[in-house]
Design a protein around this ligand. Sequence first.
Ligand SMILES: C[S@@+](CC[C@H](N)C(=O)[O-])C[C@H]1O[C@@H](n2cnc3c(N)ncnc32)[C@H](O)[C@@H]1O
Length: 308
Amino acid sequence: MEPDRLNSPSTSAITVEVLGHQLQFSQDPNSKHLGTTVWDASIVFIKFLEKNCRKGRFCPSKLKGKRAIELGAGCGVAGFGMAMLGCNVVSTDQVDVLPLLVRNVERNTSRILQTDPSSDSFGSIQVEQLDWGNEDHIRAVEPPFDYIIGTDVVYAEHLLEPLLRTLFALSGPKTTILVGYEIRSTSVHEQMLDMWKRHFEVKIVPRTKMDSKYQHPSIQLYIMSLRPLIVSDGNLPGAVDQQTDGAETEDEILKEDKSGGGIDMPDGGMSVEDEEVAIKLPNGTLTDWEVRRYGSTAARLLRDVKIT
Ligand SMILES: C[S@@+](CC[C@H](N)C(=O)[O-])C[C@H]1O[C@@H](n2cnc3c(N)ncnc32)[C@H](O)[C@@H]1O
């Protein structure tokens, strides 16, 4: 197997084809920072946007000029997808990640504008520092936003509360929150869903609505909006009493799906154990994406093997 087919420590760039453009995201998986790696949920997210942008809420005519913010952007894949569909995006992360993020944003923006200088579907994208829970950073980006997005930002228990606080502080009554992430810990996953369901209408994107190749049972996409009436519980300084007019809470993508092809998630999650059972190695050649995913599953299984 060629070494660059896995997202290995020596893979310095990930190429993703989106809407006919070869986007290239530099990464540094050797750094001690998680944000310098392109995570698979971000690829699932951008390919989901590509698949659903012909009609409905993600088509450029609906997104043109909308304000979007990406939290924990890392190499910037998901936010770049929203900019390609016309949004004015603020791509944010912690300070250590920003130089790589700026490089990726600049390189891909000039790539798109060079290929199609007259393209008016591309919105804009700027990079800012935003540490979750930091009120100065939050004020500086001028909330509220139409869209708040994040991929693979849910992975550690101690980050759940500052992330939720930040989502509140950046939201208005009509904000839509799009989150994509890979379930690595069922306990963090359950806590997150518990917390979010208390404050948001949470909808799971069925796998039939994702790109047929760029998906995986352990990677889920959620579409959320504030519940019509949020009563602040005092623990979340950003939370305010808000009323939605209901206009944005019905999601066309989810309404359209009558096939029942979604993930069976009776109470918020397919367990990691189920996922391992569901995976069968096919015969024959693997695509790059399959290689990445089998590598990732193997790494997770190995992590769980206790050597005594
Ligand atoms: C697993 S990486 C995901 C990166 C990128 N979204 C992707 O999917 O490829 C998690 C990201 O969250 C960011 N992050 C973690 N804690 C944060 C915090 N307290 N404030 C802001 N960003 C944070 C990290 O810097 C990192 O970029």
